[in-house]
Design a protein around this ligand. Structure first.
Ligand code: GLY
Length: 368
């Protein structure tokens, strides 16, 4: 069985690596692997604090994927990917005023009713966990199992491990899916050359709905602008999130002296602009939550596109076109859902069926 993966971001590479470990001959095609959403992602592995009310199926998939992370990282290290650190200090969702406290109480009750691990903290308990928090913080929720990982380190590890297990990477632009007799047969590249395969996996992130020859897919780009900052060691132990003037902001440490601050969520197509307004708002809100952010060096600003779907959940498994398998639409949770997606698609490619945990995420029967 030969497999062609369109897209060398975290999802595409992880699928390729997992499939190749199971003996399949896998080629990944990407002009610049890891330059899309994987480059901008903050790396929150946050089934509680990233899912909205009612997104219970997505949360279940997210928890499944998070549970797979330790073995996934151990396998990566075993295949020459080196050690990628899972940061396990948990996540604090903080609030500033009486309205925020009501909202944290409701969220707390909802998580507890759903059997999810969470603690309601007073302001001083929150500051004991994160001394850099603003003195204006009135209370918080602590989600001890919402972790994080540095997505760029994970991508580098996947590239190394994929190469160890024989994944072939073609750094070319994809022009179209080739289709013969109603079946996907491979990819045509920008230089007009073609690569054939028994199965093609569509892992083009926000571009998944734009591949000529592929069936229409309800995947759209949702622009996110983020900032990377550097300072002294130890500003934050774990992720801190807040709602400031109605806007969500998160601060995610990805090294002892580095933070990501994010993110906007904009319906502006593939607009690549980093705007002064977004940088201003993100910094203003982050400084309100953690005043010490004002002292940090701003080292990078970036805009990329999440692969959004109508119900915010990924599209996994068979498509309407035989021979074309979907591994896309991960919206805000691509890093978190990488292990579960890779294992599910590898199961499908080798055994013909998706595992039960992924079955609700096929495009069939969804209101998309
Ligand atoms: N998962 C964070 C974001 O999409 O902004």
């Amino acid at each position: 069985m030969t497999v062609l993966v369109a897209g060398g971001g975290l999802i595409g590479l992880a699928v390729a690596w997992r499939a190749a470990r199971r003996g399949l001959a896998v080629t990944v095609v990407d002009e610049d692997p890891g330059s899309g959403a994987s480059r901008a992602a903050a790396g929150m592995l946050a089934p509680l604090t990233e899912a909205a009310y009612g997104e219970d199926a997505l949360r279940a998939l997210s928890r499944e994927s998070l549970a797979r992370y330790p073995a996934f990282l151990a396998d990566l290290a075993g295949d020459g990917g080196g050690t990628v650190r899972l940061r396990t200090a948990g996540t604090l969702e903080v609030g500033f005023d009486a309205d925020d406290m009501v909202s944290l109480d409701r969220l707390h009750a909802y998580y507890v009713e759903s059997g999810l691990p969470v603690e309601r903290l007073t302001a001083s308990q929150a500051r004991r966990r994160e001394p850099a928090l603003s003195p204006r913080v009135r209370g918080a929720l602590h989600a001890p199992s919402d972790h994080s990982i540095e997505p760029r380190a994970l991508h580098a590890a996947l590239l190394a491990a994929a190469s160890t297990v024989g994944v072939h990477i073609v750094r070319s632009r994809i022009a179209a899916l080739t289709v013969d007799n109603g079946r996907a047969t491979g990819l045509r590249l920008a230089d007009e050359s073609q690569i054939a395969a028994d199965q093609v996996v569509l892992a083009l992130g926000a571009w998944s709905g734009t591949l000529p020859g592929a069936p229409p897919l309800p995947v759209r780009p949702v622009k996110g602008q983020i900032l990377r900052l550097r300072g002294d060691d130890g500003l934050l132990a774990g992720t801190v999130r807040a709602l400031v003037r109605g806007q969500h902001v998160y601060l995610v440490p990805y090294a002892e002296d580095r933070l990501v601050v994010g993110a906007t969520s904009e319906e502006r197509g593939f607009d690549p602009t980093v705007t002064a307004g977004a940088v201003h708002d993100l910094l203003r809100d982050a400084i309100e939550v953690v005043p010490g952010v004002a002292e940090l060096e701003l080292v990078e600003t970036l805009a990329r596109w999440r692969p959004g779907t109508p119900d915010n959940a990924p599209l996994l498994g068979p498509s309407a076109l035989p021979g074309l398998v979907l591994a896309t639409g991960h919206h805000r949770n691509g890093v978190l859902l990488t292990p579960a997606t890779a294992d599910a698609i590898a199961d499908l490619l080798t055994g013909g069926t998706l595992p039960a945990y992924a079955a609700p995420f096929t495009s069939d029967g969804r209101d998309l």
